[in-house]
Design a protein around this ligand. Structure first.
Ligand code: HXC
Length: 510
């Protein structure tokens, strides 16, 4: 009996070594942690329960039958993050470069199936040379099996991808179908074809980092939601993110203890809006002042900075925030910001996370670049996302809400539940100057007359009261009491129940 127990321990020790000490040292030398070290950092201490530790590949080509390491290059199982259950897979680069074989894929699929069945998020830690070359099509099939599960799990359980090494070829498409992608600077990259192929096909010379590094994807492509300095930081931030999220689409987001008075009055908000309507101010300041304990978890901070997206808590409950940022491009909507916000709104709606929208938007960005790029379709994504969302929606217009962008930004007409405005709000088809130049084109030569016309227009429309008269704004509120009013609004919506007409699925403009 003792021998049998000892054999189990020996086998476990062997499996834990993955590709061996030399390769572990090489992994460390690159500034990367091993698959198991990452799981340890991600999960609560001693909470990890492993599956399939002894699974080995079945390949017999290229002499592979002689090397069958236990685990086959991926560590899978479940554990907890601050006491809440998650499933996790972590690819082990020390075993065949973390490459994906048929059995490696089966291990991932097993925990994905369990996650959907049992209603818990899936966190995938990717560090892999892609399809296991020796296995050929079996490995491609394995990828597709994972892709199919990504699709079916989408909107059922949160899926988070952490890219902590190479991720190339078709391998990038599994992360791309998950809800959030985190990358690590300098040690991770994602691309469909690497620099060598790029050079051959297009003659472009580009490094892996430039082509698909963390900064590239967090700033330029928006494939990544965030880029972190190292493995430890990335995993700590995943833990923080998970704390905001419900475990599945049947549960409400978690409610955590809070130490911030929901009725807190913030006098400084009375002077947040500058006297000059064209002077920018930092919308993040408002978000931080509204949030419990000033805690804002920003998503895609580095991309389309003219719109802010992320999570806060109000009275301990998660709320998704979408806010125009007047500091960048005057807060206007464009292709990138519409895409960014639309995806965020849809995530919140899928997982029953209420949405707070803070509006200061002068309209859509004009120009050929935007029109040729399809701003109509991309802007429609955000419009569509807000229009279909059935979660509680509270909107606050702080200053400008002009034109189509007024409609888009969770207006009353898109089933906003509470639509508040500050007294500084200006709700109109466009700014006074533009409006008078169109309405009084024949008077353009007469500066005095035009100025008087603009003043007239401003007096009539540069306020929230025309909209309030029509009931499009439910209430004009004092900036100082915004937190209190918004907390009460969301509290009153906890029992909200709203259903869209039955359909197979919608046809959001893609
Ligand atoms: C089998 C692989 C492998 C792979 C790496 N290894 N990639 N084994 N299949 N795809 C092995 C290496 O042989 C090596 O084994 C170990 O992993 C570490 O690899 P190195 O090359 O020494 O490491 P490094 O220099 O850090 O380079 C890492 C790398 C490189 C950039 C990932 O290995 C590489 O380019 N690999 C091939 C990538 C690739 O083309 N994959 C297929 C993509 S197509 P030893 O024994 O020496 O430690 C694809 C299709 C998916 O994925 C389609 C889905 C639809």
């Amino acid at each position: 009996m003792k021998d049998i127990l000892q054999e189990l321990e020996d086998r476990r020790d062997q499996a834990r070594l993955g590709g061996g000490e030399k390769r572990i040292a090489s992994q460390h030398a690159k500034g990367k942690l091993t698959a198991r070290e990452r799981i340890e950092l991600l999960l609560d201490e001693d909470s990890f329960e492993e599956f399939d530790m002894f699974v080995a590949h079945r390949c017999t080509d290229f002499g592979m039958e002689k090397e069958r390491p236990a685990g086959d290059g991926v560590v899978t199982g479940w554990g907890t993050i601050n006491g809440r259950m998650v499933y996790v897979f972590s690819q082990d680069f020390t075993v065949f470069g973390g490459s994906l074989s048929e059995t490696h894929a089966q291990k991932i699929c097993k925990i994905m199936d369990m996650a959907v069945q049992n209603g818990a998020p899936v966190i995938g830690i990717n560090d892999s040379g892609g399809a296991r070359i020796q296995e050929g099509v079996a490995s491609l099939g394995g990828y597709a099996d994972v892709f199919q599960r990504n699709v079916l799990a989408s909107g059922v359980v949160p899926q988070i991808s952490v890219i902590m090494g190479p991720c190339a070829g078709g391998a990038v498409y599994s992360p791309a179908m998950t809800d959030f992608i985190f990358m690590v600077k300098d040690t991770s990259y994602m691309f469909v074809t690497g620099p060598d192929v790029v050079k051959t096909v297009t003659n472009e010379v580009v490094t892996a980092e430039e082509l698909g590094g963390a900064s590239t994807h967090a700033r330029k492509s928006s494939v990544a939601d965030a880029a972190f300095e190292n493995d430890v930081e990335a995993l700590t931030e995943v833990r923080r993110l998970v704390d905001f999220l419900p475990l599945n689409n049947r549960q409400k987001p978690p409610v955590r203890p809070f130490f911030d008075d929901p009725s807190r009055i913030d006098e400084s908000l009375g002077t947040l809006i500058p006297d000059n309507a064209n002077t920018p101010y930092d919308m993040k300041e408002l978000i931080l002042k509204l949030a419990d304990e000033g805690d804002f978890y920003e998503i895609q901070e580095e991309f389309a900075k003219n719109i802010l997206t992320g999570f806060i808590r109000l009275e301990g409950s998660t709320v998704g925030v979408v806010a125009n940022q007047p500091m960048v491009l005057a807060g206007c909507l464009d292709i990138d910001s519409s895409r960014k916000a639309a995806r965020f709104v849809r995530f919140c709606d899928a997982f029953e996370i209420p949405i707070l929208t803070l509006v200061d938007v002068p309209g859509f960005l004009p120009g050929t670049v935007q029109e040729y790029g399809g701003v109509i379709k991309h802007g429609a994504k955000l419009l569509f996302a807000y229009g279909e969302a059935t979660v509680p929606k509270v909107t606050l217009i702080t200053r400008k809400a002009y034109g189509g962008a007024y409609d888009v930004m969770a207006s009353k007409h898109l089933r906003g539940d509470f639509n508040y405005a500050w007294p500084t709000a200006e709700i109109a088809v466009m700014g006074a100057k533009g409006a008078t130049e169109i309405l009084y084109r024949s008077e353009i030569g007469d500066a005095e007359k035009i100025a008087a016309r603009a003043q007239d227009y401003e007096d009539r429309f540069a306020n929230p009261f025309v909209a309030a008269e029509k009931g499009f704004v439910d209430e004009v509120i004092m900036p100082q009491s915004s937190r209190k009013r918004i907390c009460r609004a969301f509290a009153s919506l906890r029992g909200k129940s709203l259903q869209n007409p039955w359909k197979k699925h919608d046809n959001i403009p893609l």
